[in-house]
Design a binder for this molecule. Structure first.
Ligand code: UD1
Ligand code: UDP
Length: 382
């Protein structure tokens, strides 16, 4: 049998973190010819991940522009993929999650009549505008895809409600595979401030915030609440690696500059980020990926959003939806910082999102789909 040519397409930091372990698995498995194409919707933040995983892409569309719009990302990706797909015709294209790269990559594959596999399939809020534009991106990819790799049972149920039942595999999330390779007890940070922090006697709060639907007033509310938390609790050190988006940079520096215990730092490499998360006291974030990683490391999370497509860790009690109102965020953070029992109740490790075997299951499912393996992989069971 000829090898199956599988091309992964990704472009942003979170896609890279969740796809690189899968690319590594595809690279090492017999029967697969693995090609990796990046759009570089993110440039520096993508390259940082590629460096850590040591994988050079086979194709690089290099599309990023400062303050890019959704239309430019989408159109540049489709046109760039036209060129790539006129050179090679993969048997399968894999996209990840819900970014503009994901949607445009799947659409380009469809235009070239190439089957699509969707990694991290079936996450939903059922609110078209939140997260924006991610909810529609993942729904549209769900319509295009032939194979759907769902992290959780709830994700598979969501697809079933949309009558998507063929080609669906329950795999767990590849982010947990990634996490298992990065966190080490003896890890030494290259970012000096992270080595200098006293993780035992101080309460280190790890913050990230970047979502488009939080631009404007919600982001102002969030930043104001964060500053109040730092003012109110003298034992808090707030560490915020600020996303490179100029909109986010402006908001973070406007509201949080000039405070002795608020550390606005450059985006961290993924290994630094995971090891900081493993040592911090509390996570406050609007990120999707952090909502999955922090529970696996036993860290309570306050989600700085109105909704979440990741209800599993909320149900498990390690994640709380804090919303985007200043008073709500301040009051929930205050409770966790002053009430040890409330904190302890949330600070226990749960792994509803994966067992570190997602990449192996996804590749097994691909081999099975193409008739190169006799059995489908077993379902992920949390
Ligand atoms: C994108 C995704 C979002 C995901 C996030 C992860 C879309 C529509 N949004 O949002 O789902 O949660 O990535 O971080 O796909 N920039 C740089 N260097 C970089 C990265 C970004 O300078 O390495 C700046 C550029 O000015 C760029 C801007 O950030 O124009 C915004 O990047 P973009 O990918 O459009 O949006 P994100 O908010 O990062
Ligand atoms: N991350 C990182 N460095 C940072 C901030 C985040 O490596 O400075 C990682 C984080 O651990 C997670 C992923 O990036 O794996 C999440 O990306 P992001 O929050 O940008 O996007 P989202 O998950 O919200 O789509």
């Amino acid at each position: 049998m000829n090898p199956i040519t599988v091309m992964t397409i990704f472009g942003t930091r979170p896609e890279a973190i969740k796809m690189c372990p899968l690319v590594q698995e595809l690279d090492r498995r017999d029967g697969i010819n693995s090609l990796c194409c990046v759009t570089a919707q993110h440039r520096e933040m993508l390259d940082s991940v590629l460096d850590i995983f040591g994988r050079k892409p086979d194709f690089d569309l290099d599309i990023m522009q400062p303050r890019q719009t959704l239309s430019t990302i989408t159109s540049k990706t489709i046109l760039g993929m036209d060129e790539v797909l006129s050179q090679v015709k993969p048997d399968l294209i894999l996209v990840h999650g819900d970014t503009s790269t994901t949607f445009a990559g799947a659409l380009a594959a469809f235009y070239h009549q190439i089957p699509v596999g969707h990694v991290e399939a079936g996450l939903r809020t059922y609110d078209k505008w939140s997260p924006f534009p991610e909810e529609m991106n993942r729904k549209m990819v769900g319509c295009i895809a032939d194979l759907h790799f769902c992290p959780t049972v709830a994700n598979r149920d969501n697809l079933a409600r949309e009558n998507i039942t063929e080609g669906v595999f329950l795999t767990g999330n590849t982010v947990i595979d990634a996490l298992q390779t990065t966190v080490r007890k003896d890890f030494h940070f290259t970012t000096d401030i992270l080595n200098d922090l006293d993780y035992v006697n101080r309460k280190v709060i790890l913050v990230t915030c970047h979502r488009r639907e939080n631009y404007g007033q919600p982001m102002t509310n969030i930043m104001t609440a964060l500053r109040r938390v730092a003012d109110r609790f003298p034992d808090v050190e707030l560490v915020y690696p600020v996303h490179l988006s100029p909109v986010v940079q402006e908001a973070a520096h406007k509201h949080l500059d000039g405070h002795q215990r608020i550390h606005l730092i450059a985006p961290l490499s993924v290994d630094e980020m995971h090891n900081l998360m493993a040592r911090c006291h509390l996570v406050m974030t609007d990120s999707g990926g952090l909502q999955e990683e922090a529970p696996a490391l036993g860290k309570p999370v306050l989600v700085l959003r109105r909704e979440t497509e990741r209800p599993e860790a909320v149900a498990a009690g390690t994640v709380l939806l804090a919303g985007v109102e200043e008073e709500d965020i301040f009051s929930m953070a205050s409770t966790l910082l002053s009430d040890q029992a409330a904190y302890n109740k949330m600070a226990h490790a749960v792994n509803p999102y994966g067992d570190g075997q997602a990449c192996r299951r996804i590749v097994d499912a691909i081999l099975y789909h193409f008739g190169a393996a006799e059995a489908a992989p077993e379902d992920f069971a949390p």
